[in-house]
Design a protein around this ligand. Structure first.
Ligand code: GLU
Length: 506
C-alpha cells in the first residue's frame, strides 16, 4: 500500500510555524516511505478564506523546500484539491448518510440552540445537542424541507466507546455519549470541517493523518463518520502543541509566529527546516542537532515523535541560523543581504561589480553578529553612517576627546598616513606602528582612540577589516557617500577641537 499523506491548511491567514511543522512531518513521512504528499486547501470558511493566503502558503512551503505530488496547482488523480470546488462530492456523501439513516435533518433555529447552550452553561455541564430533531419522522422532515424550511444535517452519533491507536499518543478512548449529534452540513449547504475532511481523506485515499493535537476532539467524530460510511479510517498521529519559552501556547505575544515573518527577517530555509523538524522529535544524541534534509530523511521516525509539548526556543533557532549562515558562500550571502540594504536606502537599486566586491568584505566583517539577515541594517550602521554628534552619547568618545595623548596619536597618524599611496590593512598597521614608536602608547591606549575616531563608536568589527571597508567604500557610488580613513581622522580631530572649545569646563 502506498503511503498517502496530506497537509490541509485553511487559507485564513499566514502559515503558522506549528502548521509548518505539521507539513514538514507529513512530507518527511511521505518521502521516507516513497509515498505521496498531497496539498489540500480547506477553504470552506468562505468569510475568512482568501486566495492571497493560499498563494502565500504555497510560496512559503516551496521556500522551505517542501514539494507536493498532488495539489491545487499541480492537480492529481483525486482532485479537485480545494474544498470549495468539491461541494458536489460532499452533497453526494451527505445524501448517502441521510438515506442510510446516519444523518437527519435538524430544523432547530439558532435561537433555540443558543438557549440550549445557555442552559448547559448555567448548569455547568458541557454542551451537546439535545436531540430534538433526532426523532422526527422521515415524512415530516421531508415535508418541512420540501416547504423550504431552513435546516442542517446532523450525524446520528451512536453510543459506546470510540477507540483508536494514535501513533504519537498511543491508545485513545473517547466516549460517544459526550459528543452529541453534530452538524455535518450547514443550512446554506456547505459542509462542516469534520465532514468535508472525512469525505476528502476517504476519496483521496489518505493512509495517515498527521496533524496538530488541536484536532484531537475531532478525531472521534471523524471515526464515527468512517464507520457509518463503511470505510477503514486512516492511521492517526496527533502532534503536540508548540509552546513559547514561558510555557504558554505559542502566539503573537511571543513575537514572530508566521513562517513568512521569519523568512522576511532573513532566516534561511535550511535553518527553519532543521529547527522545526526538532520540535517534538529528537535525533540520536551522537549526530548532534545540525542536520541536513538528507539526514533528517534518514533519521526521522514518526513513531518517536514526543507527545509532550514542544518548546519553541527562539535562541536555538538563532543559533542554528547563524550556523547555516556561516556555512554559506560569501557571494550567496551578499545576494541575500542586498534587498535589506537597498530597502534601507544604503545601496543603489542597481549594484555594480565594485560594490558587490566591497560587500563581500562588509558581510565578512559583521557576519558573526547576525542571527538573521535583516539585522544587517543595524549591524552595518557603523559602516554606512559616520555621525560624530551622535558619538558623544558614548562616554568612551568623551574620554578620547578629553585626552590630549589620544588626540596626539590621531594627529600623528594623520601625518604618517599622508604619504601612504594606498591605505590597506597592512599599510595602516605600519603607520600605527610608527605612531607607537613615537608616542610609546601601545595596545588599547593606541588603538582605542583610533577606533573611536574612525567609527565614532567604542566597539564594533575588527579594525583590520574596517580600514579597507572605509577606504574602498569611499570610492564607491553609494547613495550616501562614506568618508575615507584619512577623512575620518581629520573630521574627528576638527570636531574634537570644537567640542573641547565649547566645553563649559574650559
Ligand atoms: N484545515 C485544518 C487546519 O488548518 C487541518 C485539518 C486536518 O489536518 O485534518 O487546522
Amino acid at each position: 500500500m502506498t503511503v498517502r499523506v496530506r497537509f490541509a491548511p485553511s487559507p485564513t491567514g499566514e502559515l503558522h510555524v506549528g502548521n509548518v511543522r505539521t507539513a514538514l512531518y507529513n512530507w518527511l513521512f511521505a518521502r521516507q516511505h516513497g509515498g505521496r504528499f498531497i496539498l489540500r486547501i480547506e477553504d470552506t470558511d468562505v468569510e475568512r478564506s482568501r486566495r492571497e493566503y493560499e498563494e502565500h502558503i504555497l510560496e512559503d512551503l516551496r521556500w522551505l523546500g517542501l514539494d507536493w505530488d498532488e495539489g491545487p496547482d499541480v492537480g492529481g488523480d483525486f482532485g479537485p484539491y480545494r474544498q470549495s470546488e468539491r461541494l458536489a462530492l460532499y452533497q453526494e456523501y451527505a445524501r448517502r448518510l441521510l438515506d442510510a439513516g446516519w444523518a437527519y435533518r435538524c430544523f432547530c433555529t439558532e435561537e433555540e440552540l443558543e438557549r440550549e447552550r445557555e442552559r448547559a452553561r448555567a448548569e455547568n455541564r458541557p454542551y451537546r445537542y439535545g436531540g430534538r430533531c433526532r426523532h422526527l419522522s422521515d415524512s415530516e422532515a421531508r415535508e418541512r424541507a420540501g416547504a423550504g424550511e431552513p435546516h442542517t444535517l446532523r450525524f446520528r452519533v451512536r453510543s459506546g466507546p470510540i477507540l483508536w491507536e494514535d501513533v504519537v499518543r498511543g491508545p485513545v478512548r473517547w466516549d460517544a455519549e459526550v459528543i452529541g449529534d453534530f452538524v455535518i452540513v450547514k443550512s446554506d449547504g456547505w459542509p462542516v470541517y469534520n465532514f468535508a475532511v472525512v469525505v476528502d481523506d476517504l476519496l483521496m485515499r489518505i493512509t495517515h493523518v498527521i496533524r496538530g493535537d488541536g484536532h484531537l476532539p475531532n478525531t472521534p467524530r471523524q471515526l464515527l463518520l468512517y464507520e457509518a460510511l463503511g470505510a477503514t479510517p486512516p492511521v492517526f498521529a496527533h502532534l503536540s502543541t508548540i509552546l513559547g519559552a514561558d510555557g504558554t501556547k505559542l502566539s503573537k505575544r511571543h513575537g514572530a509566529t508566521a513562517l513568512r515573518e521569519f523568512r522576511e527577517q532573513g532566516y534561511v530555509p535550511e535553518a527553519l527546516f532543521n529547527f522545526l523538524a526538532l520540535l517534538g522529535w529528537a535525533p540520536p544524541q551522537e549526530v548532534g542537532e545540525i542536520l541536513s534534509c538528507e539526514q533528517l530523511l534518514e533519521l526521522f521516525a514518526l513513531e518517536n515523535v514526543s507527545k509532550a509539548p514542544a518548546i519553541f526556543d527562539l535562541q536555538k533557532l538563532q543559533w542554528m541560523n547563524r550556523a547555516y549562515l556561516k556555512a554559506k558562500p560569501l557571494d550567496e550571502l551578499v545576494t541575500a543581504i542586498l534587498p535589506y540594504l537597498q530597502q534601507a536606502g544604503r545601496l543603489p537599486t542597481s549594484v555594480d561589480a565594485a560594490i558587490r566586491e566591497w560587500l563581500r568584505r562588509v558581510v565578512d566583517a559583521v557576519l558573526t553578529h547576525l542571527d538573521h539577515l535583516s539585522q544587517i541594517v543595524e549591524e552595518t550602521r557603523i559602516i554606512f553612517e559616520y555621525d560624530l554628534s551622535a558619538a558623544l552619547a558614548y562616554p568612551e568618545v568623551h574620554e578620547v576627546v578629553e585626552d590630549p595623548g589620544a588626540l596626539d596619536v590621531l594627529a600623528r597618524l594623520v601625518e604618517e598616513l599622508a604619504d601612504v599611496p594606498e591605505i590597506t590593512t597592512e599599510t595602516f598597521r605600519a603607520a600605527a606602528a610608527r605612531v607607537r614608536e613615537q608616542t610609546g602608547r601601545k595596545g588599547r591606549a593606541l588603538f582605542h582612540p583610533i577606533r573611536i575616531a574612525l567609527t565614532g563608536r567604542p566597539s564594533g568589527p575588527e579594525l583590520d577589516k574596517l580600514v579597507p571597508i572605509y577606504e574602498i567604500g569611499a570610492t564607491l557610488a553609494l547613495p550616501h557617500p562614506i568618508p575615507s580613513v584619512r577623512e575620518r581622522l581629520r573630521m574627528f580631530l576638527t570636531w574634537a577641537e570644537r567640542v573641547r572649545a565649547e566645553s563649559p569646563s574650559r
